[in-house]
Design a protein around this ligand. Structure first.
Ligand code: GLC
Ligand code: CA
Length: 542
């Protein structure tokens, strides 16, 4: 590898690929590893991202589309083979693109040989590898609910006991208090690092350790949901999740986990990011440890946050306040579990959000298709796939709308899979307008904006590693900040309102507007910047 900079995960842009939906190389309607290899030019040359995170491609019965792993060290035939994975790593590393893979430690599939053995008796060698409990007064051991609906406990007649599943019954929770389980899971990490994997995204990272006494969760006090845009979980939200997740013992696990990553650090720098939905900022930040736990816990606040200047600013200021030196911030704008940015805010606000994502201090994690402004898909009746949507009343289509195939061109099936093939989910309705081929030749497209933002961020130390400061004295429905580094200052002005807004602050006495979210102007600035509805601008100061 040419560039061994330790800081790739700080200064770079991470791009999430949902492998089922990125590119189908063999015409079965499902994306696969060779499809990703085919699109390597797009990732590194067209977009210019620094790393890709792949959602699970492991052997799986696909009850939760790969988040139910039946073998932690093999590729599902649907996605390819281990040899394909090795080719993917080689192709990526040749171009200095890092590979982050999903690690799903909280639960395996019920078809994993470990669980099949564990459920076979109370005395087998793996009997204690999952969370087994006796019935309490003839019923479930406690009141814990599954994220995907229903009790978190299922009864197994052979053992005469309940097993815990925080998600589907097909996803039994591993017993992380058992050192043999931890050792086996750490070996899976080593397996992928030996193959060259640069980092891990840890699925539901704060779920691993449960209350050892399995106490009931208290009832949730009403109106404690701080963010309005997240999907609703139904009855799961009616409890305060005091005992089933976020246990302080998780920190011991992440110290061990980090030590395993450190074994490989000398060879090349490794990275870890945890999926942690905690919105008490001080508690959230504990998952960094003292640079001895996760490299960072994902910051999802801007997914849930209302799209309003003061709300977004507050999130950023909280993050800046809570992190101590050396703890690196990050922002996620959407993923395979939440509505896409264009669906949440509309086309123009989505552009402004993209500008924020790529100019704030901290690592941006972008979801495939958001660079095009892809919308949430409409899923015709009978084509629903997501088990969560099917189980929880009121959730509607679940997570299918944000998982539709990547839109490469204006041909039928958007170039994801051949025209005659039925893709696993349909492409969105506006694919003829919103796709890579069409947007590449339109200098004002969302893709052109995203490319320009990534390029600017990459080549500008102030933007990828400089300091952050909020600028005050601006209209309430705008958000303005300055990034400074390597002797340069950039001011970013974002208009959240539907009307024109004018920004006049001392910083703007002299400068040059270098990029607008409409990608339609560059001009000198002397005192004031006028923003149209929902427009964002970057001004190089001085
Ligand atoms: C995480 C994943 C989600 C999955 C769940 C269970 O939230 O992002 O897609 O269904 O964990 O593994
Ligand atoms: Ca395929």
């Amino acid at each position: 590898m040419a560039d061994t900079s330790k800081l790739w995960w700080r200064n770079g842009v991470i791009y999430q690929i949902y492998p089922r939906s990125f590119k189908d190389s063999n015409g079965d309607g499902i994306g696969d590893l060779r499809g990703i290899i085919e699109k390597m030019d797009y990732l590194t040359d067209t977009l210019g991202v620094d790393a890709i995170w792949l959602s699970p491609f492991y052997k799986s019965p696909m009850a939760d589309f790969g988040y139910d792993v039946a073998d932690y060290t093999d590729v599902d035939p649907m996605f390819g083979t281990l040899a394909d994975f090795d080719d993917l790593i080689a192709a990526a590393h040749k171009r200095n693109l890092r590979i982050v893979v999903d690690f799903v430690p909280n639960h395996s599939s019920d078809m994993h040989p470990w669980f099949i053995q564990s459920r076979s008796s109370r005395t087998n060698p793996k009997a204690d590898w999952y969370v087994w409990r006796d019935a309490k007064n003839g019923a479930e051991p406690n009141n814990w609910r599954a994220v995907f609906g229903g009790s978190a406990w299922s009864y197994d007649a052979r053992r005469g006991q309940f097993y815990l599943h925080s998600f589907l019954p097909e996803q039994p929770d591993l017993n992380w208090r058992n050192p043999d389980v931890r050792a086996a899971m750490y070996d899976a990490l080593r397996f992928w690092m030996r193959r060259g994997v640069d980092g891990f995204r840890v699925d539901v990272a704060h779920f691993l350790m449960k209350d050892p006494d399995y106490r009931d969760n208290p009832v949730n006090p009403p109106n404690t949901l701080a963010f309005e845009n997240f999907k609703v979980f139904g009855e799961y939200d009616l409890q305060e999740h005091k005992h089933d997740k976020g246990h302080p013992d998780n920190h011991m696990v992440y110290r061990e986990f980090r030590a395993v990553l450190n074994e490989f650090e000398e060879q090349s720098p490794r990275y870890s990011v945890g999926e942690i939905h905690i919105f008490d900022w001080d508690e959230w930040a504990t998952y960094y440890g003292t640079d001895d736990e996760l490299h960072m816990p994902f910051n999802f606040a801007l997914i849930g946050a209302k799209w309003a200047a003061q709300t977004v600013r507050e999130v950023v200021e909280n993050v800046e306040r809570v992190l101590s030196k050396g703890q690196w911030p990050n922002y996620v704008f959407s993923n395979h579990d939440e509505h896409r940015i264009s669906a949440r805010y509309g086309e123009y606000a989505a552009r402004t959000m993209m500008m924020a994502l790529l100019t704030l201090r901290g690592t941006p994690t972008m979801y495939y298709g958001d660079e095009l402004g892809m919308k949430d898909g409409m899923i015709p009746p009978g084509m629903e796939q997501d088990p969560w949507g099917k189980r929880v009343p009121g959730l509607g289509l679940g997570r299918d709308p944000e998982r539709t195939p990547m839109q490469w061109d204006a041909l039928p099936n958007a170039g994801f899979t051949p025209a005659a093939v039925k893709p696993w989910l349909p492409v969105t309705e506006d694919y003829q307008r919103t796709n890579v081929a069409v947007e590449l030749i339109d200098p004002t497209s969302m893709l052109s904006l995203t490319r320009a933002l990534i390029k600017l961020r990459k080549t500008t130390p102030a933007l990828h590693s400089g300091s952050y400061r909020t600028v005050t004295g601006v209209p309430d429905d705008t958000y303005v900040y300055v990034r400074e580094g390597a002797g340069e200052r950039y001011l970013i002005a974002l208009n959240f309102s539907q009307e024109e807004r004018s920004i006049s602050v001392p910083e703007l006495s002299a400068g040059r507007l270098v990029l607008s979210t409409l990608v339609n102007r560059e001009e000198a600035v002397a005192g004031t910047v006028k923003l149209t509805a929902n427009e964002g601008c970057i001004v190089k100061l001085g």
